[in-house]
Design a protein around this ligand. Structure first.
Ligand code: NAD
Length: 544
């Protein structure tokens, strides 16, 4: 596969090499390379190794105290030398992930216009209607995966319009850092359909169109043209939806999931990582998934996405769909989601059970006696002491997932979860928490981070040329992730592997996904003799 627009283009030399982030190695070009590429005199004479360059980058980053400055510094490294940027990310993923992705990327999106230096990815505007395929043809590489947002619901920060571009860029960085998807295959796209954020439209440095969002039929026609254009220009490209508002996220996924190789990470990636956490917790309790009663706080993309996959997994474990559905309950800002409530949003209807109304979460716990509570409400502190004590009263080992981000929105801290359950909670979090000491034991809570899942899914799909991303794949990725949790992880209360093992995790998930694609006849190529070797051979190695 050639990614060059014109194969007759002579190989770049001299400054063209230094200015191409995909070719540049900076001061690490060897003497031989300097001669061959016409770089002599264009670089300082001392040749550094890549490891020495990494140390220098870390030294400079760690000197910075302001998180946004760290983001800008890493971003400009990304613009100068991609291999070095990814080497830094891969080798120090614990330290770097919070900078290139949540929580600091949120700040970067809010300040996007002020810190903007060089464009990355593509902006496709409402004013490009009728011409979107041609706009996509301006991209110089053959894209294998697109992460796209329309900026309407950026993390928990709301409508940031075109400033949302930090999200697809950051997410694709993780595809490469965590699963070795080649940077050339990655295309971040922001659809600038306007913004209803008045402050932004009036901000001198705002990078997007100064208009309100297009909606209704106009929005749908724009999306239809965009989705068709992605397949016309980059046939078979994976399109991952990211940070669309509820009212579009669910319908776009439904509309396109059978037509395009697509998924929504906020819904489906979250579901897989949460299901993996449940599988790990059940390894500790020894009870089957089908015996669980799960109560969600929140009824949005994350909650219904997780509930849907849990139901599918329960059905796979032998329950009827009807019984499985009654094991998942949602509480939103109006109380328990029940049939008698008027004007429920469509995505909640599946879980609107026949049950008297219940006004608050604690009462719902007392009534439904859940074995697990999953917080995805984006409202901090809602797993109160009373909630946690009640969970500990009705369960020997209550499962408590406080998944909301950022830290200030977490339903409870790790400390509270362990303390108010006498150290019996099986806890996972959305934001990182430090280990907790309680009664002489150290608990190590780990993040149910989507980055355990989506990079591996992308890898498996690209490696096998899969034409769709199925529920079975999300379920398999949850099983694979949970199997990589060790006994000693479980002993210290960790329901996920340590983050530095993420490449191993992604590779295993990639193989599981590719296996399914070959087995189900949806791969784009014949099955190789050794699927694992084939998947791993396609992983980008940032070392030079
Ligand atoms: P969303 O906006 O789609 O859903 C939020 C839901 O919470 C809505 O249904 C809303 O009605 C409900 N809600 C609001 N106030 C409430 C209250 N006081 N009590 C009960 N419910 C209330 O958002 P989402 O995509 O579902 O994400 C929700 C949270 O989960 C965010 O904080 C997000 O960062 C986090 N999240 C974490 C992970 C992860 O840890 N892997 C993944 C995805 C989302």
């Amino acid at each position: 596969m050639s990614d060059k627009p014109n194969n007759n283009t002579p190989n770049p030399r001299g400054l063209d090499v230094l200015r191409d982030p995909l070719l540049n190695k900076g001061t690490a070009f060897t003497e031989k390379e300097r001669d061959a590429l016409g770089l002599r005199g264009l670089l300082p004479p001392h040749v550094l190794s890549q490891s020495e360059q990494v140390e220098r980058v870390l030294m400079n980053l760690r000197r910075l105290t302001d998180p946004l400055d760290k983001f800008v510094a890493l971003n400009s490294l990304h613009d100068r030398n991609e291999a070095l940027y990814f080497r830094v990310l891969c080798d120090h993923i614990d330290e770097m992930q919070p900078i290139v992705y949540t929580p600091i990327v949120g700040l970067a999106c809010q300040q996007f216009g002020n810190i903007f230096q060089r464009p990355r990815g593509m902006f496709i505007g409402a004013n490009d209607r009728g011409n979107i395929a041609n706009v996509l043809r301006n991209w110089p590489h053959k894209a294998g995966i697109i992460v796209v947002t329309d900026g309407e619901r950026i993390l928990g920060l709301g409508d940031l319009g075109a400033n949302g571009m930090g999200i697809p860029v950051g997410k694709l960085s993780l595809y490469t850092a965590c699963a070795g998807i080649h940077p050339r295959l990655c295309l971040p796209i922001t659809l600038d359909v306007g913004t209803n954020n008045d402050a932004l439209r009036n901000d001198m440095n705002y990078v997007g169109l100064r208009q309100r969002r297009i909606t209704g039929a106009e929005y749908d026609a724009f999306m239809e043209e965009f989705m068709a254009a992605t397949q016309e220009v980059f046939p078979g490209v994976v399109v991952q939806f990211e940070d669309f508002a509820n009212h579009n996220a669910f319908r776009l996924l439904e509309k396109y999931r059978d037509r395009v190789c697509t998924f929504n990470d906020d819904i489906q990636g979250t579901a897989a990582v949460a299901l993996a956490g449940l599988f790990s917790a059940l390894r500790i309790t020894g009870s089957p998934l089908s015996d669980q009663q799960i109560l969600f706080l929140g009824a949005g993309e994350a909650a219904t996405g997780i509930a849907d996959l849990v139901v599918a997994a329960m059905v796979a474990h032998g329950l009827t769909r009807e019984r499985a559905l009654r094991k998942c309950w949602l509480v939103d800002s109006q109380g328990l989601v029940v049939q008698s409530r008027a004007n429920l949003a469509e995505h909640k209807l599946t879980y609107a059970h026949d049950h008297p109304p219940v006004g608050d979460f604690l009462s719902a716990i007392k009534m439904l006696k859940p074995t697990a509570i999953i917080g995805v409400s984006a409202v901090g502190g809602t797993f109160t002491r009373e909630v946690l004590e009640e969970m500990a009263r009705i369960n020997q080992q209550p499962i408590v997932f406080a998944l909301s981000n950022p830290t200030s929105q977490a339903e409870c801290t790790a400390e509270a979860a362990y303390r108010h359950t006498g150290g019996r909670a099986l806890f996972a979090c959305g934001s990182p928490f430090d280990p907790v000491e309680l009664n002489g034991k150290t608990y190590v809570p780990r993040q149910g981070n989507n980055s355990y899942i989506f990079p591996g899914i992308g890898l498996g799909v690209i490696a096998s040329g899969a034409t769709s991303i199925t529920n079975e794949m999300f379920m398999a990725s949850a099983h694979t992730l949970a199997q990589l949790v060790t006994e000693s992880d479980l002993e210290q209360g960790s329901l996920y592997p340590a983050l530095p093992r993420i490449c191993e995790v992604s590779s295993a998930i990639g193989v599981a996904i590719a296996d399914i694609a070959y087995r189900r006849g949806i791969a784009g190529k014949p099955k190789p003799l050794d699927v694992q070797q084939d998947v791993q051979s396609q992983m980008f190695d940032p070392h030079y």
